[in-house]
Design a protein around this ligand. Structure first.
Ligand SMILES: NC(=O)C1=CN([C@@H]2O[C@H](COP(=O)(O)OP(=O)(O)OC[C@H]3O[C@@H](n4cnc5c(N)ncnc54)[C@H](O)[C@@H]3O)[C@@H](O)[C@H]2O)C=CC1
Ligand SMILES: O=C(CO)[C@H](O)[C@H](O)COP(=O)(O)O
Length: 296
């Protein structure tokens, strides 16, 4: 099978390499020429742009987009759309908003598969978990590619119609936020608490048979091993937040309570700047109790 891959960053290069390793052919393009060179070194044929990717594919034209969510997806589709045919398949493997994916699926003549991708750069060796929405026939046709990119046949699934793949991935990310927050709070209590603990040792012990073992907990173990139990100079600042925001927005719309996911998102926002609310609480304690005001 031949696959076009557009977007050859951290995730796109992995798609390229795993598809090549499975014995398929890849035509690759990225705006960044270094990324294109890396794909060529892995064995991909290279293209000059999105339309050239299509032109270099045979009759069965399947293209995987792995560009940043948002404008880059629309810009790529703007170029591809006039050339797409009914039997072509376009996969968006990035973290697009599910409503944008529904809109894009309606816009293009090709079958459009919205594919939530989980596993991060570690997926290079293990393969990803793929949550896929869109026409069932296109999912079936793409199975050899999904088998290669995912951990195997069990690592991908057809979730339902257009948007459902990215919807499931959005909720996955909300769960990811809450799990990170829960581990963070537990380790914070252990760090600040009664015993002088080696947190790498705690994480390793938990990862071997404990109820709360997980990949995120393995990453906690790795972080404590590499940074120390006090996390060294790792800053009190958490970036990202888009997929968690979408999860909370959707939960509000559906009137489903998600207090843990919301709280985890709020903690991220709170980490980014000094909180006016905490400064006011500091000053109010003086107002009602003449407690000393902490000043910078
Ligand atoms: N890094 C991660 O752990 C995960 C990322 N994702 C999603 O996968 C997508 C890609 O993420 P990464 O690979 O991490 O990003 P990245 O920033 O490493 O790579 C993006 C690549 O797309 C290229 N690009 C940007 N605009 C383009 C355009 N118009 N045409 C062609 N190439 C273009 C860039 O030059 C870059 O090489 C994003 O939607 C991200 O949210 C999903 C799951 C995990
Ligand atoms: O999808 C992911 C993991 O599952 C990616 O790491 C993603 O970049 C997370 O983004 P954000 O912090 O904005 O939610």
């Amino acid at each position: 099978m031949q696959l076009g891959v557009i977007g050859l960053g951290r995730m796109g290069q992995i798609v390229v390499e795993r598809v090549l390793d499975a014995g398929h052919d890849v035509v690759a393009f990225d705006l960044n020429s270094e990324a294109v060179t890396t794909a060529a070194e892995a064995g991909a044929e290279t293209a000059e742009g999105p339309v050239d990717v299509l032109d270099r594919l045979g009759d069965e034209r399947r293209v995987w987009l792995m560009v940043p969510a948002g404008e880059a997806v629309d810009a790529t589709l703007d170029e591809l759309a006039p050339h797409l045919r009914e039997r072509d398949v376009v996969v968006d493997g990035g973290n697009s908003h599910f409503e944008a994916s529904v809109r894009r699926a309606e816009r293009v003549d090709a079958a459009y598969l919205d594919c939530g991708t989980s596993g991060g750069p570690a997926g290079a060796e293990l393969g990803f978990s793929l949550m896929i929405g869109g026409p069932a026939w296109a999912y079936e046709e793409m199975t050899p590619v999904f088998d290669a990119v995912a951990t195997g046949p069990e690592g991908h699934g057809h979730m339902g119609p257009a948007g459902s793949g990215h919807y499931v991935k959005m909720v996955h990310n909300g769960v990811e936020y809450a799990l990170m927050q829960a581990y963070g709070e537990g380790f914070e209590l252990l760090f600040e608490g009664r015993y002088d603990l080696d947190l790498e040792s705690v994480a390793r012990t938990w990862n071997n048979g404990a109820v709360i073992r997980s990949w995120l907990l393995e990453l906690c173990e790795e972080a404590f091993r590499e940074e120390g139990s006090d996390l060294g100079d790792v800053a009190d600042h958490v970036a990202g937040g888009s997929t968690g925001t979408w999860t909370v927005q959707e939960a509000l719309e559906q009137e489903v309570p998600v207090p843990l996911i919301y709280q985890a998102l709020a903690e991220r926002f709170a980490s980014r700047e000094e909180r006016f609310s905490r400064r006011l609480a500091n000053r109010l304690r003086y107002g009602f109790g003449r407690h000393e005001v902490a000043r910078e």
